[in-house]
Design a binder for this molecule. Structure first.
Ligand SMILES: *Cc1c(COP(=O)(O)O)cnc(C)c1O
Length: 219
């Protein structure tokens, strides 16, 4: 099947409250344009440089999501245009995003990445670190970022019960926080689910799925 066919097939299965991020990392612009021509406007990349190059070359009504691990010193390269940053795992990074957003006279939407997997290799905050960030004076003073939700990645395993447990954990953390809305904490998004596990993620409460290989093929 073509990229357009893959995309439309997946989209047809998603409920209206679920946003599809087409994960296009490593793929050439011609592939992204095929998805664009089929109606896709949200693309996810995991390298800032690659995302910036694609942003420059492609139509300006695309929303670019940074889904990878972010290095503070590279935030400035995406601050002018990024529409959502998924992988934030420290107050320091949030401070840099706030600073660069101010320079660009913008408010940048962010997700805090929560560590839910049982894998050493994955990034993210635990619940205590999350609460420390939100309670900090530094965070409460930030005017140029808005935390709109949480992001998580499940363990890479075939064990559906394990994955379900991890997604349910993220949903529970989200629900706990949901009542604490402030000026820069406006939770409405749970980013969880990839090609292999997005259906389960949606069943567990995901509102945003990040799908790459099922649309664009293997990498
Ligand atoms: C690559 C990537 C995805 C997409 O993975 P697929 O299995 O190709 O759908 C989703 N989220 C993150 C954070 C990624 O790095």
């Amino acid at each position: 099947m073509s990229i357009a066919q893959n995309l439309l097939k997946i989209k047809s299965t998603l409920a209206e409250h679920v946003t599809l991020v087409a994960v296009s990392k490593t793929k050439p612009i011609s592939d992204l344009m095929e998805a664009y021509d089929a109606g896709q406007r949200i693309f996810g990349e995991n390298k800032i440089q690659e995302m910036a190059e694609k942003w420059e070359a492609m139509p300006k009504d695309i929303q670019w999501h940074m889904i990878g691990h972010v290095q503070s010193n590279k935030v400035k390269f995406m601050a002018p245009f990024v529409s959502l940053i998924h992988g934030i795992d420290s107050l320091k990074l949030l401070e840099e995003i706030n600073k660069q957003a101010l320079k660009n006279n913008r408010i940048i939407d962010c997700l805090l990445q929560i560590y839910i997997a049982e894998e050493e290799s994955k990034f993210g905050l635990d619940e205590e670190e999350l609460n420390e960030i939100l309670a900090s004076e530094s965070f409460q003073k930030m005017k140029n970022i808005r935390i709109v939700g949480l992001m998580g990645m499940a363990t890479f395993t075939d064990n559906q019960n394990q994955i379900k447990k991890e997604f349910t954990h993220l949903k529970a953390i989200f629900d706990n926080l949901k009542s604490k809305q402030t000026a820069n904490l406006q939770l409405n998004t749970i980013s969880m689910g990839m090609s292999g596990d997005y259906k389960l993620a949606i069943d567990c409460g995901s509102t945003m799925v990040r799908i790459g290989s099922s649309i664009f093929g293997g990498r």
